[in-house]
Ligand binder design. Structure first.
Ligand code: URA
Length: 238
């Protein structure tokens, strides 16, 4: 094994990825007895988060991948570092690659409408993708690419520490729920995501990707039902 593969593998192992695809969605709900350190002032937490996200972005930027050869800009996130909900898509497309921001093209416009339908704005949520460079010709990220970028995604989830994750499309579902099951099987109920770092369960929904909804509007009804599940839980929390 060459040095860079070994470093890569160590990084993945250290971030807790020691299994990937399985027959059923991974239920991350396991109790974790780690105790919390003393609470910090929220101002400190924000400074801390801004610094840490920059560190994560630097790490992604210096990660060696052939995707860099064809992409123009690294695309990591948009929205709030204090968000209660993380929306995770697949990978940047053409518009996102040009602007360096996730979900700013046609799919992004639909995502904005989906958010507005449940009284959310982009600034209220954290928006990111599984893969942070645009794949050539917008092809679907490979399983290897998903695995390579997963530790960065997990670090972002740990940093944001959301209450909910909304997975947009099959690639995000595969990455976070570790299953190749279709959205038809996965959508419509809550899954549990458990990080190795956070002492809590993050309620997770897998639903359709806005690009898919643009091509197949007959699935918008199901997507709306999934969004309403999120809205109900958010209202219960407030
Ligand atoms: N599709 C995605 O999955 N992500 C984007 O950022 C844009 C389109």
């Amino acid at each position: 094994m060459n040095q860079s593969n070994k470093k890569n593998l160590d990084f993945i192992k250290n971030s807790g990825v020691n299994y990937f695809l399985q027959d059923s969605p991974r239920n991350w709900f396991e109790s974790d007895l780690r105790t919390n350190s003393s609470p910090k002032l929220s101002k400190d937490i924000n400074i801390d988060k801004s610094y840490k996200i920059q560190q994560i972005i630097k790490k992604i930027n210096s990660f060696d991948t052939p995707l860099k050869n064809s992409a123009k800009n690294l695309v990591v996130y948009d929205g709030s570092l204090d968000a209660k909900v993380i929306f995770i898509g697949e990978a940047p497309g053409r518009d996102e690659d040009i602007q360096g921001l996730p979900f700013v093209g046609r799919a992004g416009q639909l995502l904005n409408k989906m958010l507005a339908a449940i009284n959310l704005k982009r600034e209220d949520v954290y928006i990111t993708n599984v893969v942070n460079w645009r794949p050539p010709d917008n092809r679907t990220p490979t399983d290897d690419e998903i695995l390579q970028f997963l530790p960065f995604l997990q670090e972002q989830i740990d940093l944001i520490n959301p209450d909910f994750i909304f997975l947009l499309g099959g690639v995000a579902a595969k990455a976070i729920l570790s299953t190749p099951l279709t959205l038809g099987k996965l959508r419509g109920y809550w899954h549990n995501y458990k990080s190795l770092q956070l002492n809590k369960t993050i309620y997770t929904i897998a639903s359709y990707h806005p690009s898919f909804l643009l091509r197949s509007p007959q699935y918008k009804k199901a997507s709306w039902e999934d969004l309403q599940m999120l809205q109900k839980k958010l209202n219960e929390k407030n």
